[in-house]
Design a protein around this ligand. Structure first.
Ligand code: ADP
Ligand code: MG
Length: 250
C-alpha cells in the first residue's frame, strides 16, 4: 500500500525560535493518526507546513507520492488534503450554509463563470446539494441559516469539518477538534470522524484528550521540542518512556 502523506525531516524556525527540528511522520490510507505533544511542541506548525499555510526551511512533504512542499494551500486542497484550524473564526455576515458553499474550490474563478455559465450553474447546484448533505450529517441543519459567527464553539468546529469536506479530501487534518467542546457535541464529533474513516477518509488529528485518542486514533505520534519521539498504538502511550519524558520530564 502506498503512503498517503509522507512528511520528511521538516525544519522550521521563526526568527531565532527553532520550532521543528527534523520532524518526520507518515499517514497510510485508512489510518487515523493522532499527533500529540506538549503545548508549544510544534504540532500546529507541522500541520501548517503540511497544508501549505507555512513554508518549511527544509524538508519535504509528499502526498500520494507527489512533492507538494512548495505548493500553495489552495492547490494542496485540490490534491485531496483538507484541514481545519485550532480556533475556527467565522465571518459574521455569512450564514452557516453560505460559509459551507464558499469552501467549494470548484466554484471559484470569474473566468469560468463568464465562459462556461451552464457548467458553473450545474456545479453550483451540485455544491448546494453536497453542502446540505454535509450540514445534515454534522447536525447543523437546524442552524444553517444563522450567522456562522453566532453558533456555539463546538458547532463552529463541526462547521469547519463540513467546509473541509466540501473539497472531498482523501486526508483530513484536524487541529484540536474537541478542545472546549461540550461533551454532547464531542460525542457527535467522535462518531463523525469514525464514520468518515469508514468512508475511506484518512485523518491526521492534533488532540490532547486521551479518551478521544484511545477511541478514535489507530496510531499515535508524539512531538517533543520539534522532533517525533514516539510512534505507537494509543494503548502504548502511557508506558512509553519518551512520552512520559515529553510530558513530565522537564
Ligand atoms: P503547538 O500547536 O504544539 O502548541 P505551535 O506549532 O502552535 O505549537 O507553536 C510552536 C512554537 O512556534 C511556539 O513557540 C510558537 O510561539 C511558535 N510559532 C508558531 N507559529 C508562529 C508564527 N506564525 N510566528 C512566530 N512564531 C510562531
Ligand atoms: Mg496547536
Amino acid at each position: 500500500m502506498h503512503t498517503l502523506l509522507d512528511i520528511q525531516n521538516i525544519h522550521k524556525a521563526f526568527g531565532g525560535n527553532v520550532v521543528l527540528q527534523g520532524a518526520s511522520l507518515n499517514v497510510m490510507p485508512g489510518e487515523i493518526v493522532g499527533l500529540l505533544g506538549p503545548n508549544g511542541s510544534g504540532k500546529s506548525t507541522l500541520l501548517n507546513v503540511a497544508s501549505g499555510f507555512a513554508r518549511s526551511d527544509s524538508g519535504e512533504v509528499r502526498f500520494q507520492g507527489e512533492d507538494i512542499s512548495r505548493l500553495p494551500a489552495h492547490r494542496i486542497v485540490q490534491h485531496g488534503m483538507a484541514r481545519t484550524f485550532q480556533l475556527p473564526s467565522m465571518p459574521s455576515r455569512m450564514s452557516v450554509l453560505e460559509v459551507t458553499l464558499a469552501a467549494d474550490t470548484r466554484l471559484h474563478g470569474v473566468w469560468s463563470t463568464l465562459l462556461r455559465p451552464r457548467a458553473v450553474r450545474e456545479a453550483e447546484a451540485e455544491a448546494l446539494q453536497q453542502a446540505n448533505q454535509l450540514l445534515d450529517a454534522l447536525l447543523l441543519t437546524p442552524v444553517k441559516h444563522l450567522a456562522a459567527s453566532a453558533i456555539s464553539g463546538g458547532q463552529k468546529k463541526l462547521l469547519s469539518i463540513a467546509c473541509a469536506l466540501m473539497a472531498r479530501p482523501k486526508l483530513l487534518m484536524l487541529d484540536e477538534p474537541t478542545a472546549g467542546v461540550h461533551p454532547n457535541l464531542r460525542r457527535d464529533i467522535v462518531q463523525t470522524l469514525q464514520r468518515l474513516r469508514g468512508q475511506g477518509i484518512s485523518q491526521l488529528i492534533v488532540e490532547h484528550d486521551m479518551h478521544f485518542v484511545r477511541e478514535v486514533c489507530t496510531r499515535c505520534v508524539v512531538l517533543d521540542r520539534g522532533q517525533i519521539v514516539a510512534d505507537c498504538k494509543p494503548e502504548e502511550l502511557s508506558s512509553h518512556p519518551q512520552v512520559i519524558e515529553a510530558y513530565l520530564g522537564r
